[in-house]
Design a binder for this molecule. Structure first.
Ligand SMILES: [Zn+2]
Length: 323
């Protein structure tokens, strides 16, 4: 039996999984991320938990052929080096591949968390094993991953697929975490929805059911979506703006790698068909017409499991199938 271990390392928890060759998730669990002392215990904690659970979940460690890891930071994929991951308290360059190989004595593949989630959706989710898919994760920030001809795009320094930092707001109203202004992340993440809500309320003085939340500064993205779904004119105006910025970014991606599926994931995507409908109608009017043929905008299917499945997918692609 061939087993693959997968770790999706996040700022709060590490999602750990044991998968077979077909990337079926046989067991999965979580451990808290210990960020103390510059996060130096994280990889060892992950390995110890895999070891401990081998006896608990009755799997044979001798069957394990590799470990796939997703981390929230920019990656030098070839060498498995992350160039800082603030959420994990990792500063500067850290060679994750080397460190985990030394701890585990197993082959290790490491990639950025948004990339592994994209690979997960391609193998087992909304990507349906298509060679060309793109995933955009709308959460607290906006992450992205591009797969072209079955391969994740990393680029020459690992910045390939950083879709959240495509500039879409040329009025440059909001500052991005990356230091620039006007990135997609500033107008399409959960924070972005809130940014636009406060901004336009001030400017347009619409009457809206969100008024109390706006005045109390307690607006959440979900409030805006719920109000829009209930027919609130102001909230609908905001969601159309959000959808337009996303559609603009997608129209650029469409003429760049021409993906078959554009998968929208993350917390904001829980707005589901409502959001997709608005994105799609703007996209149809904006995109290069030949690129529209057969291209579909869909919601992600795997939720929190996408990262683990994709991390295991890295092992399948780069270790098992590379032999
Ligand atoms: Zn940015």
């Amino acid at each position: 039996m061939v087993l693959i271990l997968a770790a999706d390392i996040g700022g709060t928890t590490c999602k750990l999984g044991v998968l077979n060759e077909d990337l079926d998730l046989l067991h999965h669990w979580e451990i808290p991320t210990n960020k103390e002392e510059n996060g130096q215990h994280i990889l060892k904690n992950v390995y110890d938990s895999f070891k401990k659970n081998a006896s608990l979940k009755k799997y044979d460690f001798n069957d394990v052929k590799g470990i796939g890891i997703g981390v929230p930071g920019p990656i030098d994929f070839e060498n498995g080096i992350v160039n800082g991951a603030v959420n994990l308290n990792w500063h500067g360059k850290k060679n994750i591949k080397e460190e985990m190989m030394q701890i585990s004595q197993l082959p290790v593949v490491v990639d950025n968390d948004a990339n592994v989630a994209t690979l997960g959706e391609k193998f087992k989710g909304a990507g349906f094993n298509e060679p060309d898919v793109v995933c955009m994760t709308l959460g607290t920030g906006v992450g992205g991953g591009i797969i072209t001809n079955h391969q994740l795009v990393h680029g020459h320094n690992g910045s390939g697929g950083e879709l959240g930092h495509i500039k879409v707001d040329f009025k440059e109203r909001f500052k991005c975490n990356c230091g620039n202004v006007g990135c997609l992340e500033t107008v399409a993440s959960a924070t972005g929805v809130i940014n636009l809500t406060y901004h336009y309320y001030e400017e347009l003085k619409f009457s809206t059911m969100l008024k109390e939340n706006i005045l109390n500064k307690t607006v959440q993205a979900k409030h805006v979506f719920d109000a829009a779904k209930a027919g609130d004119e102001f909230a609908t105006y905001i969601i159309k703006k959000v959808a337009k910025y996303i559609a603009y970014a997608i129209s650029i991606i469409s003429v760049t790698t021409n993906p078959k599926y554009i998968i929208i994931g993350g917390g904001v995507s829980k707005a589901g068909d409502f959001l997709i409908h608005h994105i799609d109608s703007q996209y149809q009017s904006m995109a290069f017409k030949p690129s529209l043929d057969g291209t579909k905008i869909v919601t992600a299917k795997l939720g929190n499991d996408a990262g683990m499945i994709g991390a295991a997918g890295l092992v399948k692609q780069y270790i098992l199938e590379a032999k």
